[in-house]
Design a protein around this ligand. Sequence first.
Ligand code: SF4
Ligand code: SF4
Length: 466
Amino acid sequence: MSDSPNNATQAKSENVDLYAKHVKIHPRKDHGLFNKLRNSAVFILLGIFYAFPWVNWNERQAVLWDLPNRKFYIFEMIIWPQDFFFLAAIMIIAALALFFFTTVAGRLWCGYACPQTVWARALLWIEEIVEGNRNQRIKLDKASWSGEKILRKGLKYALWTLFAIWTGFTFVGYFSPIRELTPRFFAFEMGSAETFWIFFYALMIWLLGAVMREQVCIYMCPYARFQSVMYDSDTLLIAYDTKRGEPRTRGKPKQKSDQGDCVDCSLCVHVCPMGIDIRDGLQYQCTGCALCIDACNNIMDKINRPRDLIRYTTENQLAGKHTSIARPRVFIYATLITAMLVAVGWGLANRNPVALDIIRDRSTLFRDTGDGNIENVFRLRIMNKDDSAHVFQVEIQGLNDAIIDMDSAIPRVESGTIHDHIIRIKIDPGNLNGVRSTEFQIKLQASDDDALSVSEDSVYLGPARF
Ligand code: SF4
Ligand code: SF4
């Protein structure tokens, strides 16, 4: 059976392109409370990112991932691989906080704090400085190539590139001390790993933040896809009040009761970094930046109509129902976050800055010393996680008349270092627990700080246990 011409025409008209042609978005600059909040967030977060590697603490970089030595410095604290569960716990708290804030107030993270949002905003500022406001940028893009266009575009790309390289350099400065990296960077004497990461990070900033901008949020970000599962009807979201706004009247403030407040000025669309129209309803592309609220409020002020035609609201509120922040899932997230914060805070406050690993020589069960005693050899691995150097003494508890024998005293253990020291513990076999190994404790005591000590309780001396 063949299609009639009408059916064929209909089928043809229903063909849909699977790939939408990219249309460059030129967000318009506006002002208002949410613009201020967003700009402040960008300044604070970028300020922290660019400044922290230059901050020194106790004559070293305050924040540094020392990967070769497997240490992470955060101001006073030194995190060792043994302490990484603290970092894991902090990551879990961050994830729970993300769930909590999303449940309460939607995409706060996307709108104000996500690195993509922050760097895209910074790079857009550069574009605005070089190419002008929205209309000037659109005009420049449409214009044929001229000296001015080449100059402006060239300057913009050059500034983007410098900014991206500075960002990549700062990123690597968190892993390689930045004050030592700087002269090597300018003398082109960096290691291959440093060079790769600086330019790779710069390329990513350039591509994702400057060129792809909203496409990252719309097409690439997995969080945009699954964050809706954290929403419920009481989650704050940014919405257009259709009941109040429609029917819109282009260019004219409301004059009759059957007219809505929207004057169809399209400013809410022009300021939107995602290029969407919030009046079309909730859309996953909306990152919750709230810039359309400012734009619409400014228009409402001009036409003497009440603000908040576009506003933070909830689905329940829009439907005229009761809305509440106090929901079970909000309490669950808040309780989990509080419990984990208390646990991590307690753990960090009570963290012992000295760690001791004891490795018994496994090649011999014990050694007969020839003078009626037996001895076992132990390797003490002393980790000084404190911020200052210490001298340690070894004490044993739980063994009668045992003797500690060392070739040399334990040297001063510098801050943030590991020292391995061999000790031999000698004892008359008559003082052991029969033929079995005897359990005892080895205590490491800082001789310059009474409060600094660490004990290993289950050490065995004698023929069997390791
Ligand atoms: S619709 Fe409004 S809140 Fe959503 S991304 Fe656009 S400007 Fe931001
Ligand atoms: S900014 Fe406000 S008045 Fe203008 S089109 Fe958007 S919703 Fe309508």
